[in-house]
Design a protein around this ligand. Structure first.
Ligand code: ATP
Ligand code: ZN
Length: 311
């Protein structure tokens, strides 16, 4: 399958989505698009997957290339970490460019944070301590912007990988890097002290209010269809069906604990004053919340995953 990058700027009747070829976001991105009803015929070079169920094709690339592909119109949408999107956006604007892309949806996977970490031996008090230090990072634009905002004059040492060993190699005093469990930091005798950015995978697209402003060919409607399905999938992903029993008197104190539930179903239980309740909750159903419900009079609480819903 040959691709003409120039065609990205002209009218197209197929939507093109860039995702990571291999790496942390590759599989979950595919699985999410699959859950939205998309399927592809794989090509042998595996750089381009032709959409079968809908005219939505995939381009498999390095994550760092995704914002640029969107900016250049080669791809219409992409799945990329917020960290990458923001880094390139700040870098572009600091070179005098305008914002070319934006986050259309947060996707709920690939969670991590961009954190500042210092050697374990440092007695950390405040960011002011970073003055005249060298900080190694692969995110120079985000770090620079944060340092400027704090009024800290530190030197940013840009490294493309292995940032966490820079202090031991004497290349830097501290680092700014992505952290999920913190195990890598600990293994390098570093400790996280500040979070600069909470990140996760996002659906990225061109900067615009709505898709209608972007394309007047078939892509606008395809992108809207995809977004509607995506919202449905993301919403159900965290939804739980909560079932329990309670006395009629307990209902007024139970309902405020279910602010995210759709109108709960209340049923009479045979031979008693107990009621059975069924509520579809769209927020997190945590242990703490279950305990609060129990204290408010809920009995026999059951939490069930929801596989699908057609309203
Ligand atoms: P590529 O070959 O595509 O350039 P990469 O090595 O840059 O791959 P990955 O390591 O696969 O990328 O990470 C992709 C994204 O996963 C990151 O940009 C980030 O948003 C997210 N992520 C989640 N947890 C972590 C983590 N612990 N370390 C690094 N990235 C993480
Ligand atoms: Zn990368």
């Amino acid at each position: 399958m040959s691709m003409n990058p120039k065609s990205g700027n002209g009218a197209r009747d197929r939507l093109r989505i860039a995702i990571q070829k291999s790496g942390r976001l590759a599989e979950p991105a595919r699985a999410l698009l699959n859950a939205c009803g998309l399927s592809w015929r794989e090509s042998r070079d595996r750089l381009f997957c032709y959409g079968e169920s809908l005219p939505v094709d995939l381009l498999l690339v390095r994550d760092d290339d995704i914002p640029g592909l969107i900016r250049d119109g080669v791809c219409d949408l992409g799945v990329v970490g917020r960290n990458v999107l923001l880094e390139q956006d700040i870098a572009l604007r600091s070179e005098g460019g305008t914002t070319a892309f934006r986050e259309w949806r947060a996707l709920g996977f690939g969670g991590c944070r961009l954190a500042l970490a210092v050697p374990e031996g440092w007695a950390w008090q405040s960011p002011a301590q970073l003055g005249s230090t060298r900080i190694a990072t692969s995110y120079p634009a985000i770090l620079r912007q944060w340092l400027d905002g704090q009024g800290i004059a530190a030197e940013v040492v840009e490294l493309s990988g292995s940032v966490e060993i820079a202090p031991r190699l004497g290349q830097a005093d501290a680092i700014c890097d992505l952290v999920s469990s913190g195990a890598t930091l600990a293994a390098n005798q570093l400790k996280p002290v500040m979070t600069l950015l909470e990140s996760e995978a996002v659906l990225a697209g061109p900067a615009a209010e709505n898709f209608g402003q972007l394309w007047d060919d078939a892509r606008g409607e395809l992108a809207e269809l995809l977004l509607r399905r995506l919202d449905g999938v993301l919403r159900m992903r965290h939804s739980k069906l909560l079932m329990f029993q309670a006395s009629r008197e307990a209902i007024p104190s139970l309902l405020p604990l279910l602010p995210d539930a759709e109108a709960p179903t209340v049923m009479q239980v045979d031979g008693g004053d107990a009621l059975a309740l069924q509520a579809l909750c769209h927020g997190a159903v945590t242990w703490q919340r279950l305990e609060e419900l129990k204290r408010a009079g809920a009995r026999g609480l059951l939490v069930l995953p929801v596989e699908g819903m057609l309203a």
